[in-house]
Write a protein that binds this ligand. Structure first.
Ligand SMILES: [Zn+2]
Length: 317
């Protein structure tokens, strides 16, 4: 284990206990920066230890992440995201998707005339992106990988919270953006109602993979420290928030961690065997019963600005 720090305020700033989250046989601690309020994992696994928490099951099966019906839904959500991201630009340009997964978003942007580039840590996901015709490199962004003033848009879809050093990544990508360029970020909102209600059972907590838990306020401060101003912020994510409610409910009533998520991912037989057919049936029935409530809660929390995840657009000052 090693010490975690606030990416906005740096080491040496006091932090108070925030919450404890069990994950498997471990108990992880999140603390809250006394200066800016950002929540982060401390202590946290070393980089090499962390790989053990990203097994192949995390990324789903051979060709896709989810079972086929949900895969259609996943593409629809990605399409809506591509439409939202594109509305800030009068014409197509160049986009970098950090942690691009299997490249669905970039593929859709390319369909709109954009030139897409991606980086991805999982070589298996990256090879799927390559097969889909996306230019993707495995690993973190390297120095001089792209020329300065190259990108119109850089996106972090549910990625910023996973980065070991988000400040270093921001410093690296900032010069790559054209003047007036935009960074788009979606990330869990630690000040949402679902985070407050479920605490250590909250699906989007995802300890220890989520090293940083932002809120609209702490994300704004972090981005301001890197020279970005907020353009737009949304608390409505139909892609993330209803599911956040649903899986958190299931976690809370004792269906072991992220049971439904395990069942709906494509082809992870080793994990599915943890649930007997009877238990699987209960999980599906309970999910169907809870889904309308979860959709309603997500809508209400979107209006109340307490969404379980947020989507924010920042512009270089
Ligand atoms: Zn701080």
């Amino acid at each position: 284990m090693e010490e975690g720090n606030c990416p906005t305020c740096g080491p040496g700033v006091r932090a108070e206990n925030f919450l404890q989250a069990p994950s498997g046989k471990f108990l992880f601690s999140y603390v809250r920066c006394s200066a800016c309020g950002l929540v982060f994992l401390n202590p946290r696994p070393q980089a090499a230890e962390m790989q053990g928490f990203y097994d192949e099951d995390y990324y789903g099966g051979e060709d896709r992440k989810f079972r086929s019906g949900l895969e259609v839904l996943r593409r629809l959500f990605a399409r809506a995201r591509a439409r939202r991201a594109g509305r800030y630009f009068p014409s197509s340009g160049k986009v970098l998707d950090v942690g691009c997964g299997q490249g669905t978003f970039l593929q859709l942007m390319q369909g709109k005339g954009w030139k897409g580039y991606g980086t991805e840590l999982s070589s298996r996901s990256a090879s799927r992106a390559l097969q889909a015709g996306v230019s993707v490199s495995v690993g973190e962004i390297r120095e001089n990988q792209f020329p300065p003033d190259f990108f119109d848009l850089i996106t972090f879809w549910q990625v910023l919270e996973h980065l070991r050093d988000p400040s270093a990544v921001l410093r690296r990508i900032r010069p790559l953006l054209k003047s007036g360029g935009i960074v788009a970020i979606s990330t869990p909102n630690v000040e949402s109602l679902q985070a407050k209600v479920f605490g250590g059972d909250w699906f989007h907590l995802d300890a220890p993979r989520h090293l940083f838990l932002f809120s609209p306020r702490t994300l704004g401060k972090f981005m301001a420290a890197h020279g970005f101003r907020l353009l737009a912020l949304s608390h409505f994510s139909w892609e993330q928030n209803p599911y956040g409610w649903l899986q958190s409910f299931l976690n809370r009533v004792g269906f072991s961690n992220n049971s439904l998520y395990t069942l709906i991912k494509d082809d992870p037989p080793s994990l599915k065997r943890r649930f007997t057919l009877g238990v699987q049936g209960k999980i599906y029935i309970l999910s169907a019963a809870l889904l309308p409530i979860c959709l309603l809660l997500s809508g209400v929390m979107g209006v109340r600005h307490r969404g379980g995840t947020i989507e924010a657009y920042f512009q270089l000052k």
